[in-house]
Design a protein around this ligand. Structure first.
Ligand SMILES: C[S@@+](CC[C@H](N)C(=O)[O-])C[C@H]1O[C@@H](n2cnc3c(N)ncnc32)[C@H](O)[C@@H]1O
Length: 234
């Protein structure tokens, strides 16, 4: 059993949210690898599931601070705070109670890891991309949730990440997260690989949609096969 499975999964088991275990673990590992060249920013916290994965990863690494940007509506801020407290990461987490688009104007710290899971409207995701990604340091990482079945984020990462000259090491994490490393300029080989991963993601999206339509649900065996295939071919 690895650290994520042993220590973090029990902490998020009862926290509502949409992350798969693979996505939670990917956020944990990305945060753990942060060295402090910039901070960690999360856009869209809900009740803190992804915040906990990022926070526990950071705690296991260099304790890089996390800024959790969300309107943090009163009716659920109590749950967010209780979940973050219970995970032992209160000191690391700085909630910013705001929409992410105006919050970007006042945010001046360099960012080493940016996780975007706020609004899913195309125009607002694009605005998040345009306002927040320039603050990510070269060599830093971005992760976008909901880039398969949800049109807004899928379209933004399609052109601004997978087809861009500014990202390498693009990866698709089951079920819907795109992860990529920001660079000054990627190479032809990087671009070919990014396009290949886009093909893998599109195949996963169309395949899972077809199965869902036919069977109403993605059956466990198909889901397991999909996961295994993705691990083998990415
Ligand atoms: C899908 S939930 C986030 C889930 C969370 N990342 C998790 O793993 O549990 C989306 C969140 O984005 C927030 N949100 C919606 N529009 C936003 C915006 N424009 N700026 C910042 N947060 C936004 C909502 O308040 C909600 O908490």
């Amino acid at each position: 059993m690895n650290d994520f499975t042993e220590q973090v999964k029990p902490l998020i088991a009862d926290v509502p949210g949409w992350l798969t275990d693979e996505e939670g673990e990917a956020l944990y590992e990305l945060a753990r690898a942060c060295t402090g060249t910039g901070v960690i920013v999360e856009i869209g916290s809900w009740k803190g599931k992804s915040t906990i994965c990022l926070g526990r990863g950071s705690l296991a690494g260099s304790s890089v601070p996390i800024y959790a940007v969300d309107p943090h509506a009163d009716y659920r801020f109590g749950d967010f705070k209780a979940n973050v407290d219970r995970a032992g990461i209160t000191e690391l987490v700085n909630p910013i109670a705001s929409l992410s688009q105006p919050a970007a104007d006042d945010f001046e710290e360099p960012i080493e890891l940016l996780f975007v899971d706020g609004s899913h409207e195309y125009d607002l995701v694009l605005e998040d991309f345009e306002k927040w990604v320039p603050k990510v340091v070269d060599g830093g990482w971005v992760a976008f949730h909901d880039t398969t079945w949800t049109a807004g984020p899928r379209k933004v990462v399609g052109h601004a990440v997978y087809r861009s000259t500014k990202f390498k090491d693009v990866r698709f994490v089951v079920g819907s997260t795109t992860v990529a490393r920001k660079v000054e300029q990627n190479t032809l080989a990087d671009r070919a690989r990014n396009r290949y991963v886009l093909g893998v993601k599109t195949a996963f999206w169309l395949g899972s949609t077809a199965v869902k339509k036919q069977r109403h649900l993605l059956p466990k065996q198909v889901e397991r096969l999909g996961r295994r295939l993705l691990r083998a071919i990415q």
